[in-house]
Design a protein around this ligand. Structure first.
Ligand SMILES: [Zn+2]
Ligand SMILES: [Zn+2]
Length: 102
């Protein structure tokens, strides 16, 4: 199950469970859309993979106890800002490789 991490790992902006600008990689590294677009170039600084929008977990118990009240968001902040210059080099290296060969 997704942890729903509370903030952007780079800029620490809050990303509450209902945020539609939260982005995650396959390992659930979590960033805001602004950092993914302007700093990360859609390359995860931790694993090199890409990002997708993080699904919103329902805030109400619509069905079967599958909701935030039963499975609350994580409160553990993981603020590990990237070095923009180093990341730009990393991203450029990966972007030179076709997506299906990364
Ligand atoms: Zn951010
Ligand atoms: Zn990652």
């Amino acid at each position: 199950m997704l942890e729903l991490r509370p903030t952007c790992e780079n800029c620490n902006t809050p990303l509450p469970p209902a945020a539609t600008h939260a982005r995650i990689c396959t390992y659930e590294c979590t960033f805001c859309a602004n950092c993914v677009d302007t700093v990360l170039d859609n390359v995860c600084p931790n694993c090199g993979g890409g990002f997708v929008p993080r699904p919103v977990r329902p805030s109400k118990n619509w069905k079967g106890d599958n909701w935030l009240g039963k499975n609350p968001a994580s409160t553990k902040v993981r603020h590990r800002p990237v070095d923009p210059a180093a990341h730009a080099r990393f991203a450029a290296t990966l972007k030179a490789i076709p997506p299906h060969q990364r």
